[in-house]
Write a protein that binds this ligand. Structure first.
Ligand SMILES: NC(=O)c1ccc[n+]([C@@H]2O[C@H](COP(=O)([O-])OP(=O)(O)OC[C@H]3O[C@@H](n4cnc5c(N)ncnc54)[C@H](OP(=O)(O)O)[C@@H]3O)[C@@H](O)[C@H]2O)c1
Length: 318
């Protein structure tokens, strides 16, 4: 797996990041371990979790993903080889939604404890907090970086203008900036009036800001539950638009030509994008992971990328 640069961090990371949201809960421990082992064996080193994963699943009020990863890393003695990302900011249990400095500090301590490590490679603000001044949040993140507890910071679910403002404040005050962002992003673009609650789908402004400033985008829910390659998954309701039907046709035609699945075409489009995005892939079986890893071997021709990009893609205008 050829590593790619990660935003402004100066680091190189795996081109596919493995999302571990349901590991140890909805995805049973044995399968979760098998997925992690296969990803590692294939050369994957970039894992994505969060303090809240997945406390909303029935029967799992406590975080499972972080302790599950902690246990797996301890069994495999491979913590130092991995690039580990976690997140703070959403509510769970008796923890409120907030990016208040004290809360960030407390939650990161808990994450480290669950993960069985004394640092994380990347800490995301999981959601924006309009009640805490950005300067206070950025200063809190900076203290964690200065202490060595956190190596880099990123922002998830931010509007482009809030991300830009946060990084401007950081620059003015000599604080650590957000080096990358994790938005809801796929090839299909949601209907513009869709309500995703506190999730923020990428917008043209976000994409062009990131491209111009060298911030890598790490799309979450990149495959929209696998809908690009499964007969049992339709286009999600909020994505049903005329444009997206054309996009599905384009993906299908390219998939047929290469004898691959539409999900692989979409992942290849993301990793071959200029600049590349690093999809955060979720899988519930090893077979799905195999297929997604296979996307790294799919070389889309220039005219295929042109066709895919020819139907209104985010960030096309600079
Ligand atoms: N920052 C945030 O706010 C945020 C939000 C959501 C997720 N995330 C991160 O992003 C990761 C992925 O999110 P997601 O689960 O929503 O992603 P997704 O790409 O929308 O969906 C993943 C699901 O798609 C199906 N799938 C994946 N690969 C497939 C394949 N090759 N063939 C057929 N089906 C396939 C599987 O569904 P089945 O399991 O039903 O088979 C899998 O569980 C999470 O683990 C998490 O780390 C972050």
């Amino acid at each position: 797996m050829d590593a790619v640069p990660l935003g402004t961090t100066g680091e190189r990371v795996s081109p596919l990041c493995l999302g571990t949201m349901y590991f140890g809960s909805e995805t049973d421990p044995e399968t979760s371990r098998a997925i992690l082992d296969r990803y590692y064996e294939a050369g994957g080193r970039f894992l994505d979790t969060a303090n809240i994963y997945a406390t909303w699943v029935d029967g799992y009020g406590e975080p499972e993903s972080e302790p599950f990863l902690g246990d797996w890393m301890a069994r495999r003695s491979n913590r130092e080889e991995l690039f580990l990302a976690t997140k703070v900011g959403f509510e769970y249990g008796d923890v409120p939604q907030s990016l208040d400095p004290d809360l960030i500090e407390r939650e990161v301590e808990k994450s480290l404890d669950r993960l069985g490590t004394d640092y994380v490679d990347l800490l995301y603000a999981h959601v924006d907090d309009r009640d805490t001044p950005l300067a206070e949040t950025m200063a809190a993140f900076d203290r964690l970086v200065e202490s060595g507890t956190v190596r880099h910071i990123g922002a998830s679910n931010y509007y482009g203008w809030r991300l830009a403002r946060a990084n401007t404040i950081a620059e003015e005050r000599g604080l650590t900036p957000f080096s990358c962002t994790q938005p809801r992003f796929s090839y299909l673009v949601p209907h513009r009036y869709s309500d995703f609650d506190r999730q923020r789908p990428a917008t043209d402004e976000l994409v062009s800001y990131c491209d111009d400033e060298g911030l890598t985008m790490l799309p979450y829910s990149p495959l929209l539950q696998g809908c690009y390659g499964r007969d049992d998954r339709r286009i999600p309701e909020r994505y049903v638009t005329t444009e997206n039907r054309l996009k599905m046709d384009a993906v299908e035609a390219i998939a047929d030509r290469h004898g691959v699945s539409g999900n692989q075409v979409v992942l290849a489009w993301m990793t071959q994008r200029d600049p590349p995005t690093v999809p955060v892939v979720g899988c519930s079986t090893v077979a799905q992971l195999e297929e997604n890893l296979g996307a790294l071997d799919l070389d889309l021709a220039g005219h295929e990328l042109d066709r895919v990009d020819g139907i209104q893609t985010l960030g096309g205008l600079h």
